[in-house]
Structures are given as C-alpha cells and as structure tokens.
Ligand binder design. Sequence first.
Ligand code: ATP
Ligand code: MG
Length: 333
Amino acid sequence: MAGNERIFSGIQPTGRKHLGNYIGAIRQYVEGQDRGEGIYCIVDLHATTVQYDPAELRERMYDTTAILIAAGLDPERCILFRQSDVKEHTELSWLLSAVTAWGDLNRMHQFKEKSEQQRELVSAGLFFYPVLMAADVLAYRATEVPVGDDQRQHVELMRDVAERFNARFGEILVVPDGRYPEVGARIMNLQEPTSRMSTTYGSEQGTVYILDEAEAVRKKVRSAVTDSGTEVRRGSDKAGITNLIDILSVIRDVPPGEIESEFEGSGYGDFKGAVADAVVNYLGPVRERYAELRPDESAIDEKLAAGAEKARAIASDTLADVREAMGIGPARG
Ligand code: ATP
Ligand code: MG
C-alpha cells in the first residue's frame, strides 16, 4: 500500500455495467489500490431508490462484484464490500440529515432526471440518495472519491455536509475531494452522443457493456453516430467523434491530441475500426476472468463478508465519534 490517501467509491448493482462505468470509475478504483487505501462498496441500498426486482438485485450483486474483481480489484489489497452489510451507513445517513439542507437536495440534477423516468412512484429514497451517498464516504473519513463527471454535484453536497457537521459539532469528519479522470469522465452513448452512457437509460445499441461479446462491441462501435464531416478531431459540433477519440485516448493511455494526429487524413471508417479493436482488446480479458469468477457464488459471498468486517471496523469508529458529538446515546466514559 502506497500513500496516505483513503479512497472510497461506490457502484450500483443495477443493470449491466458499461464502458462508461469502466473508464470513469472502475479503472480509477484499480489504480487507487496502489496509491492509497482503497475502499469500494457495492451500493445495494441505493439500488432500491428506483423500481427494481428483489431477486434480480441479488443476481446483479454477484455480477457487479465479479466484474470488479475481474477488472483487477484484489480483496487482499483493498476493502471490497456490500453496503447493506455495514449498518453504519444507514445510521449515519439519518444523523447527517440533521446538517443537510433540504434546499440543496432539491437542486440535485440526478433526482430531477431520475424522477422523470419513474413510471409508478418517485420514492423519497430517490430524493434522499445523496445523503446516503454522503454517509457512505464520510463513514470512512475518506480523502478522495473517484467518480465520473455526473457525480460532481453529489460530491459537492457531501463536502458541504461534512463542513456543516464539523462547524456545528466539532472536527470529526474529513472533507473529501472528488477525483475525476482527465479524459473519460463522461463517456457518451454511442447512438446519442450528447447523452451520458448509462446503466438505466439511453439506447442499448449505443451502450457498450463490459460483458458484451467481441462481435457486439464491434457492431456498436462501427455504427456509432458521428457527423457529416470527415476529420478525426474533437469539437463541440462533433460529439460522436470526440467521444470515440476520448475512448481511444484512455485505452491507449495517450493524450487525445495524439489520437487526432495519428488519424489525420484517415476516414471515419478506419478510425472506428481502430476504436472497435481497442475496446475489444481492453474488455476481453475482463470478460474472460468474469466468466471464471461468476459461477462460484459462495467464494464471492466469502470475499464480501471479509470485506464487510474490515469496513465495519472503520465505520463503527466514526459512528461512535459522531454519536458522541451529537449527544446521541449515553455519553462515553
Ligand atoms: P445510472 O445511470 O442508473 O445512475 P450508472 O451507469 O451511472 O447508472 P452507477 O453505478 O450509478 O452507474 O455509477 C458508477 C460510477 O460510474 C459512478 O462513479 C459514475 O460517475 C460513473 N459513470 C457512470 N456513467 C458514466 C459515464 N458515462 N462516463 C464516465 N463515468 C460514468
Ligand atoms: Mg449513476
């Protein structure tokens, strides 16, 4: 373990995880293991804030855990656990609601977007989502939160909550910094390149799933919506090509400008072919390891249980301090 950063991030066990999740979040988790103490949580409680099927949630829990391990998270080198196994998250969420402004929650873009998609019920849980997310991070006194660009507002909110808590009750919580990738913080849907690639909405044909077969990936990349021009360069009027340049830049680990120079003069067809090959080679090994790991559910259960135990040790310490400072429960001797 290197460095003093304590890194925390969560991912929902919903739907099928995609290239945006991989590039914006999972890739950063893996890298964080070498830079500090990585604490990664599969947030099943967040998944209950929209319509869902209970049996499917359990399946997705295994899927998501296996994807994370296949991507390179090593439960020996990081803490990998299921949110609902550590009850401190829900308790802290309530306690933090005392220092969360209703008006701030009311301004959250994610709530606005997701509430519009709900056909049956807009749950209070969906409104409260950012408070639970603040509790997830603050329970570990994390210094850093690796997330995609869409989570900026939630990170700002948790910083405000921590600051307000400390001002009111004493310096107990750590104010975390968001960490967003320089390139790839917002991967766009290939069919609708002005919308974020997402687990729960947007064209399926434009969403590259981590577990897609090579042929499906090729087809999706090759049919990506571009523009009527011919130049492989970034631009505000070239959302589709810009997105593909970003994807290739991340996979090759070179600045986007280098991709532009390399493909100067070549047509969109050749460029898309190169992106398709790169994505196939990038995700292929993850899909292979996933296929080995996923069937052994009891091994996954064991890893999650061991992770929860380590997580609980840290979170329960924070909760004891928070309760004491807030005058909740008997005074500590
Ligand atoms: P939903 O759209 O239902 O919220 P999601 O695809 O955002 O699902 P989450 O589990 O909520 O999936 O997000 C996990 C992580 O992936 C978060 O850190 C989020 O910021 C990041 N992320 C999600 N979509 C993208 C994207 N298109 N580009 C980069 N990062 C992304
Ligand atoms: Mg999300």
